[in-house]
Design a protein around this ligand. Structure first.
Ligand code: MN
Length: 147
């Protein structure tokens, strides 16, 4: 009969809160897969792209709540991506978290100088990854009672 069920674009919408969108800019397929899996499990919506230029474009279009940024990337490296993102007034306040290799300590300072808000070390720790990222979001999606 008459009434149609509305189609929810994402499960979280039905719970009255839109999922936070995370943009993942990462060229390594395994890292992309793992990070996406861990974030989706926590209820984030994840968009991922595999090179720097696509990352800049996607960020401008999608306006994610947070950007995870690999440093070594094709087309534009992570530093250049961060600088370009910060030139966009719409993205000036968006948290950018660099994902850096442990061995490359100098990467971190450079990433911060380029406009990143923080960094996470590779390899990703599956147990703490989502919590580490939540620290950079203004409204934490879950928990958060310990701070
Ligand atoms: Mn890379």
């Amino acid at each position: 009969m008459g009434k149609r069920q509305p189609v929810h674009p994402h499960p979280a919408v039905g719970k009255g809160r839109a999922a936070l969108k995370v943009l993942l800019i990462e060229d390594n397929e395994q890292n992309r897969y793992l990070a996406t899996f861990l974030l989706q499990k926590k209820g984030y919506e994840v968009l991922s792209v595999a090179d720097g230029l696509q990352g800049v474009e996607a960020a401008g279009k999608e306006r994610p709540a947070l950007i995870l940024l690999d440093i070594q990337l094709p087309t534009l490296d992570g530093y250049a991506v961060a600088r370009r993102l910060r030139e966009n007034p719409d993205l000036r306040e968006t948290p950018i978290v660099a994902v850096t290799s442990y061995a490359m300590a100098g990467d971190r300072e450079k990433a911060m100088e380029a406009g990143c808000n923080g960094y996470i070390e590779k390899p990703i720790n599956p147990d703490s990854f989502a919590d580490e990222i939540a620290r950079f979001l203004p409204g934490k999606p879950q928990g958060g009672s310990r701070e």
